[in-house]
Design a protein around this ligand. Structure first.
Ligand SMILES: [Zn+2]
Length: 213
């Protein structure tokens, strides 16, 4: 049951201000923010329950995507096999919150590795992307963090990640350029060189072509 903004603002005495990530505190701060923006929480029925909705959204979006696990348990089980060519998965859709503006960015990731005695279940690779993309994270850091996890856990001959994302902070404010896509990529080991690098990029661009233009 969502609480009304006015009710939330009146509840100040019952809030534990030391207890961060407590929904009551986040709701209260969002209600204060709307109030500071001159929005009338009482009379506008569309924003009366907005503090509760936004608090839930923000708590979910900034939660740790690993949920108490580490990257190794996300990739588990790992089999002692070697495949001579890289394994690549493209079109992995994700969304995250830009740490500079708290506005969503959404994109497609392509992730690949060139195995060396360790092979992972294919469905685990998108899970790794989703775990890393939760929280407030820069696209650049997201790209590097995913590769670092692959390298650390799979000890592959090479690994690569390519991300194309649309940042709402660019499309709705600032330059207001609706056509911009931000691309980041990272290649390590055997994936740095051709033919693997070029082959990976062909797959990555195919993943990115899912954008509706
Ligand atoms: Zn931003």
């Amino acid at each position: 049951m969502r609480r009304d903004g006015a009710e939330i603002l009146e509840n100040e005495d019952n809030i534990d201000f030391e207890d961060t990530r407590n929904i009551e505190l986040v709701e209260f701060r969002v209600a204060q923010l709307l109030d500071a923006l001159g929005q009338d929480i009482d009379s506008n029925e569309h924003i009366r329950q907005t503090p509760s909705r936004v608090a839930s959204f923000l708590l979910e979006s900034t939660a740790n995507g690993f949920d108490g696990k580490d990257a190794e348990s996300i990739l588990d089980p790992i089999w002692p096999e070697t495949y001579p060519e890289p394994t690549t998965i493209g079109g992995i859709k994700f969304s995250s919150l830009c740490p500079h503006h708290l506005i969503p960015f959404v994109g497609y990731a392509t992730i690949g590795y060139h195995s060396n005695k360790k092979v992972v279940g294919l469905s685990k690779l998108p899970r790794l992307v989703h775990a890393h993309s939760k929280g407030l994270i820069l696209q650049e850091k997201l790209t590097v963090d995913i590769v670092d996890s692959l390298v650390k856990i799979l000890e592959p001959k090479g690994a690569a990640v390519h991300i194309e994302a649309e940042h709402s902070c660019m499309t709705i404010r600032g330059v207001k350029d609706r056509e911009t896509l931000t691309t980041t990529s990272r290649f390590v080991g055997s994936m740095q060189k051709d033919p693997f690098r070029s082959e990976f990029l062909v797959i990555a661009r195919r993943g990115g072509s899912r954008w509706e233009r």
